[in-house]
Design a protein around this ligand. Structure first.
Ligand code: 5GP
Ligand code: MG
Length: 186
């Protein structure tokens, strides 16, 4: 079954995503390296990426390959749009935070910043674990939608307030494998 009929429009083409992911990777690696260089003598610097599953899986897979630095990857599972809903139902942690974040340089990565609930919750939890630095990166942001103060250091694209799928983002588990960001036909 072809996917294309299910989309009303393409918002971000595959090539534009690749170009932007490359730019983000270069910038983030540079910033993390600067943090590592500032580590006090006698301390072992660590970079930990925390990827929010499942939506960020495709983005993270591409982004980490644009970052030629030593890092660990950890996953957290969170759900806010269970099943066929397109409205946020509140944040549910479905896995524990990785341990040993104290003193690490943490990069939190999610697919999209919408109401801000997901990232706000995670940022609070990660802060409590006392990392040396915490930065946040999202592929997409819907400007003006955030109900909570979340200001990611890195944003791939600002998009209009539409429900989008593709490049890891789903509707009821579908469309994550679509290589572009598309608006779902309703
Ligand atoms: P927030 O907690 O900021 O409201 O929402 C963030 C989460 O909701 C994202 O991690 C993503 O899983 C989901 N989400 C928000 N907007 C969209 C959208 O337009 N499409 C899809 N597929 N998921 C979305
Ligand atoms: Mg998500």
């Amino acid at each position: 079954m072809a996917l294309a009929n299910d989309f009303a429009a393409t918002l971000v083409e595959k090539d534009r995503i690749a170009q932007r992911v490359h730019e983000l990777g270069v910038q983030i690696a540079k910033d993390l390296q600067r943090s590592i260089a500032a580590t006090p003598p006698g301390q072992e610097p660590h970079i930990v990426i925390i990827a929010v599953m499942t939506g960020a899986m495709v983005f993270v897979a591409d982004l980490i390959r644009e970052m030629p630095i030593k890092l660990r990857i950890e996953l957290v599972a969170v759900s806010s749009y269970p099943g066929t809903s397109v409205e946020s139902k509140g944040v549910k942690m479905k896995s524990a935070l990785p341990d040993n974040l104290a003193g690490s340089h943490v990069l939190l990565i999610d697919d999209i910043l919408d109401s801000g609930q997901t990232l706000h919750t995670l940022i609070d939890l990660i802060h409590a674990a006392k990392p040396a630095t915490l930065r946040t990166c999202v592929l997409l942001r819907k400007p003006g939608k955030a109900k909570l103060p979340v200001n990611p250091e890195y944003v791939g694209f600002d998009i209009p307030d539409e429900f989008v799928v593709g490049y890891g983002l789903d509707y009821d588990g579908l469309y994550r494998n679509h290589p572009a960001i598309a608006i779902l036909r309703r």
